[in-house]
Write a protein of this length. Structure first.
Length: 141
C-alpha cells in the first residue's frame, strides 16, 4: 500500500504517510480514510508526511484534489501540515499541491522539518477539534 493513515491518540491528530509511487486512486483512498478517522475522533488536525514520495500524480490530478475533498465531505475548518519530500521534481509537485489547496481555501502549510510541522499543527489545536458529543466541556475542572 502506498499510504498509511492512523489516528495518533497521544497528539489527537490524523497521521497520513504517503510513500513510494502514489497515484490519484491512492490519494483518494487515503483521503476517504482520513475523513472517516477525523469524523470518528472529532479532530481536524492532519499531519501529511510526503517525505517518502518517489512519484505522484499529474498536474491536472493535483488541480482535481480540492474539489474531491469538498465532494467527499472533508471539513473546511481543518488544519493540515505537509512534510515535503527532500528534493527533486516530486518536492516541487507537492509544493504546487499545497499552493493549489491554499488557493482553494484549505488551511495547510508545507514544512521541511517534522518537528516544526507538528509544532505548528498543534498550536491552537482545540480550534480544530469537535466538542464532546455529550455536550460536556472536557477543558473545565
Amino acid at each position: 500500500m502506498a499510504w498509511d493513515i492512523q489516528y495518533d491518540e497521544q497528539r489527537r491528530i490524523i497521521n497520513c504517510v504517503y510513500a513510494g509511487h502514489v497515484n490519484a486512486e491512492d490519494f483518494q483512498a487515503g483521503t476517504l480514510k482520513t475523513i472517516d478517522l477525523a469524523k470518528q475522533h472529532g479532530t481536524h488536525l492532519i499531519f501529511i508526511d510526503d517525505s517518502g514520495l518517489q512519484s505522484a500524480v499529474s498536474t491536472m490530478e493535483i488541480y482535481d484534489m480540492p474539489p474531491f475533498y469538498d465532494a467527499s465531505g472533508a471539513r473546511r475548518k481543518s488544519k493540515w501540515a505537509v512534510l515535503l519530500p527532500p528534493d527533486g521534481q516530486i518536492r516541487e509537485d507537492v509544493k504546487f499541491y499545497v499552493t493549489i489547496c491554499q488557493n482553494r481555501g484549505w488551511y495547510l502549510r508545507a514544512f521541511d522539518d517534522r518537528q516544526a510541522a507538528l509544532d505548528w499543527l498543534l498550536r491552537d489545536s482545540d480550534d480544530y477539534r469537535d466538542p464532546p458529543a455529550d455536550g460536556s466541556d472536557s477543558t473545565s475542572s
